[in-house]
Design a binder for this molecule. Structure first.
Ligand SMILES: *Cc1c(COP(=O)(O)O)cnc(C)c1O
Length: 460
């Protein structure tokens, strides 16, 4: 009855003006920055779908919490609240804050991984891969075939291929495997969820070979929502119960608080009960991130995260959140635009490889489409494909991504459906000229994480 009414579960208390600069100015702007969307100023962008990271709108309660920041160097009250929420939601004994997700990674990973080893994941996020490799290990992705069949429905495209992982472990030898890290939701596959069955089976695999299982848990609540919607036996469970079960199978997690904690900055390390590991991480945190009761954050940031973690598991919020991403995805599909289907939790991923098949992977079809969408509608997305993947660290060879995607990430609680209608309209215009678009080639290519600062020119 009441469920028939579906609007945003909030009203808007503060607004931030945005504007669409004229097309001629957009064309000049994007040419001037070498066709790299990261190099645009935000005031040159109308609707910014570059990322859902740190771009969410905090609630009035989170803002109010900022005023209760306890900025003590050691033993801040906000840290205690953070520890309490981590214990309550995840049942993990130890919490170390970090300035953001990658800060957590740089503290934890070198304690578990070293030279000549491998980190196995369903799909590593780019900074996660970078930190596994900075620790001297090699990051290998073991996703299932479903993840790359963008047009075909599968409820859990984020799953890890347990069989493939087991073969790999047997081939390399147990001592060569540093850890398995499960990314929930699987960002690089399109924000696709991982089933609880798959987390459980991965845990069984990890136990068989005595390998630690970690979670890269940036979007844990979105993942839990999909489990509730799609996995047999979980319909009647609360999000909180599902979250607790997900975390019960891992030893430790790293988490970017800029996603599902709906904070503008922050990250966390959680360790279930391994006191020795906690003590080592705590020592490493001091020179890298800060004293372990603040880890590079202000007290007020920790308060915002603690409050955000409680808000994000509310079912009304997740209904709205996942519903809005689906709304954009459905509209694009209706317009004949190929996307990763079903849509994931935080973004719609347009299949640029399918939309502009004449552009070869090393001329970055996702980037070409993103540039065109900006010119058409002032909307900023981001390439997730060969450009992002980079080169093989050993051979220097250009790798080819399994998918060439343009990611349209939706910030949490920020844009209305009207904004998303502009995105659909812009994508329709891109669709109409997709077969005439040219690819891009480097005029400057940095050695690591090249997508952030590279410059391009169109291929003639
Ligand atoms: C964002 C993200 C990270 C890194 O977190 P930052 O806060 O951006 O440093 C790691 N893993 C995943 C899956 C992410 O989405």
């Amino acid at each position: 009855m009441d469920g028939d009414f579906k609007a945003e579960p909030f009203k808007i208390k503060a607004v931030e003006p945005i504007q669409l600069i004229p097309r001629r100015e957009r064309e000049e702007a994007i040419q001037k920055v070498g066709y790299n969307l990261f190099s645009l100023n935000s005031d040159q962008v109308y609707i910014d779908l570059l990322t859902d990271s740190g771009t969410g709108a905090m609630s009035d309660r989170q803002w109010a919490g900022l005023m209760q920041g306890d900025e003590s160097y050691a033993g801040s009250d906000n840290y205690q609240k953070l520890v309490a929420v981590v214990q309550e939601l995840f049942d993990y004994e130890y919490t170390i804050p970090a300035h953001q997700g990658r800060g957590a990674e740089q503290v934890l990973f070198p304690l578990l991984a070293g030279k000549g080893q491998y980190g196995i994941s369903n799909m590593h996020f780019d900074t996660t891969k970078a930190h596994v490799e900075l620790a001297g290990a090699k990051a290998v992705d073991m996703f299932t075939e479903n993840a790359v069949e963008t047009g075909k429905y599968h409820p859990f495209k984020g799953n890890l291929d347990v069989e493939k992982a087991e073969e790999f472990i047997q081939e390399k030898g147990t001592e060569k495997i540093a850890f398995i890290i499960m990314t929930i939701t699987c960002n690089s596959a399109g924000g696709q969820p991982v089933s609880l069955e798959n987390i459980k089976n991965t845990k069984l695999l990890a136990d068989r070979y005595d390998i630690p299982l970690l979670l890269d848990a940036a979007r844990f609540a979105e993942n839990a929502y999909f489990i509730k919607q799609r996995e047999e036996g979980y319909q009647d469970k609360t999000i909180k119960t599902i979250v607790k079960e997900m975390f019960s199978y891992a030893e430790a997690f790293t988490l970017s608080a800029k996603k599902d904690a709906i904070a503008n900055i922050g990250g966390l390390i959680g360790i279930k009960d391994d006191e020795k590991l906690y003590k080592r991480a705590r020592s490493r945190s001091v020179p890298l991130e800060g004293f372990p009761t603040y880890g590079g954050l202000a007290g007020r940031d920790m308060e915002a995260i603690a409050r955000g973690l409680r808000e994000v598991i509310q079912l009304e919020y997740l209904d709205y959140r996942i519903g809005q991403v689906k709304y954009l995805g459905d509209n694009l599909r209706e317009a004949g635009i190929p996307i990763q289907y079903p849509v994931g939790g935080h973004a719609v991923f347009v299949d640029a490889g399918k939309m502009a098949p004449h552009i070869p992977h090393n001329q970055f079809p996702g980037q070409a489409l993103g540039v065109e969408l900006y010119k058409e509608a002032g909307v900023r997305g981001v390439e997730v494909g060969t450009l992002l993947l980079g080169r093989d660290p050993d051979t220097g060879e250009n790798l080819q991504a399994p998918l060439e995607l343009l990611r349209l990430a939706i910030p949490r609680r920020v844009y209305t459906d009207n904004h998303l209608d502009v995105v659909t309209e812009g994508m329709k215009r891109v669709r109409d000229k997709a077969d005439q678009l040219s690819g891009l080639k480097f005029t400057y290519e940095p050695e690591v994480l090249r997508h952030f600062t590279a410059k391009f020119e169109p291929v003639k």
